[in-house]
Design a protein around this ligand. Structure first.
Ligand code: GMT
Length: 373
């Protein structure tokens, strides 16, 4: 099949999932045409069956802001016209599903592709539910040929928010076993001393991630256990995290690494992953951590409860309860047997429920179903 994929090109989970899906589909012989604003974060090298198209855009003084999405819709139509796309899979409803709909309308009937939209979370919970985008989000969901959500929680939230007349299918995210494994990393010493534990937080540092909670929980942890907090990623809340760390007098115990492309190179160093988000529709970082046998302390909010098994692969605490997060973290960090067992259970769970081939089969079946009408 010829499949167009459009997603955020940056470090976020939706773009990562879309990239990994495209790579897996290409390995199965499908022709993949990524069409994005910028080159993809996790697609740096040439790969057979993959073409990466990026959008050229002009700026002109009459525009309040350059209409990037219109240029993207044009590019999608251009790609479809040139190569003949069967399915366009958009990840994140706004603006990408809207772009796909517009691109399809620009094409003659015989060149029109089917559209599948995968909802990832904030496209529904923050963007789509805002009055300024609610109507458009509902429209693009209703007009897509099939819609998937990355967890049952997000599926239900979508139904509730938009009172849909059509079903949404849950297809979980997956992890790439070629990328993540629990093999011993070589440069742990760059992050912490041998007698220090490594707590890691990975995110895009948006308000929904509650990064300052990670710092506050870490303060309680480091009072009891020698440890370092490794903050991976960047975004608007980074300076708040730095500020809180200074206030608490622990700035020298925290390393901010910035955005890091090959996360698989450092994730296995972690003794624990801390994700104190307001909500997560899925939680790709906890999943990738579990794949590396790293226990997770996260919040019991949203689809993350379908990923992390409380008490088995980590712990889920109330949002904002940094005391409970620290208590759970200390329990894991001071009980080696428990840490090992949680790590192993996490990897087992990652294999059993979120294995790549199993999930890609579900997408492939959906493509066939939609393509054959
Ligand atoms: O976290 C974000 O806001 C970014 C967003 C994205 O575009 O990557 O993440 C969402 O999609 C991921 C992949 O499906 C999920 O693992 C994240 O849980 C989800 N984020 C939220 O729901 C906050």
């Amino acid at each position: 099949m010829k499949i167009g994929i459009t997603c955020h090109p940056s470090a976020g989970g939706s773009g990562i999932l879309a990239t990994e899906l495209g790579i897996a589909l290409a390995q199965r012989g499908h022709q993949i045409h990524f069409t994005t604003f910028d080159p993809l974060f996790r697609l740096r090298n040439f790969r057979e069956n993959i073409v990466s198209h990026t959008v050229e855009q002009i700026t002109y003084p009459v525009f309040k802001s350059p209409p990037h999405t219109l240029a993207l819709a044009s590019k999608m139509a251009e790609v479809a016209e040139e190569v003949g796309i069967d399915i366009w899979h958009t990840h994140y409803a706004i603006p990408y599903a809207a772009c796909a709909l517009m691109a399809r309308q620009m094409l003659p009937q015989e060149q029109q592709f089917k559209i599948i939209t995968t909802l990832h979370g904030t496209d529904i919970t923050l963007v789509g539910s805002d009055p300024s985008y609610h109507r458009l989000t509902r429209y693009v969901i209703e007009q897509s040929d099939a819609v998937t959500a990355v967890s049952d929680w997000l599926n239900k939230e979508t139904q509730k928010t938009f009172q849909l007349t059509r079903p949404v299918r849950t297809i979980y995210n997956f992890w790439n076993e070629d990328r993540f494994n629990s093999s011993a990393p070589e440069q742990r010493c760059c992050l912490a001393a041998d007698d220090e534990k490594i707590i890691m937080h990975i995110s895009n540092f948006r308000p929904v991630k509650r990064v300052t909670d990670a710092v506050r929980a870490f303060k309680r942890i480091t009072d009891r256990v020698p440890a370092r907090l490794i903050m991976v990623g960047d975004g608007p809340e980074r300076m708040s995290a730095v500020g809180v760390a200074r206030q608490l007098g622990i700035a020298d115990r925290i390393k901010f690494l910035g955005t890091y492309e090959n996360i698989e190179g450092i994730l296995p160093f972690a003794d624990l992953i801390l994700q104190p988000s307001e909500h997560e529709s899925f939680g790709l970082v906890p999943l990738e951590a579990m794949a590396c046998e790293v226990p997770v302390v996260a919040t019991a909010s949203g689809g993350i409860c379908e990923v992390v098994e409380h008490g088995v692969t980590g712990y889920l605490c109330e949002v904002g309860d940094t005391e409970a997060m620290a208590r759970c973290a200390i329990e894991i960090l001071t009980d080696r047997e428990k840490a090992i067992s949680m790590g192993r259970s996490g990897r087992e769970r990652a294999w059993r429920h979120f294995e790549r081939d199993m999930i890609v089969n579900q997408y492939e079946a959906l493509y066939n179903e939609v393509f054959n009408g």
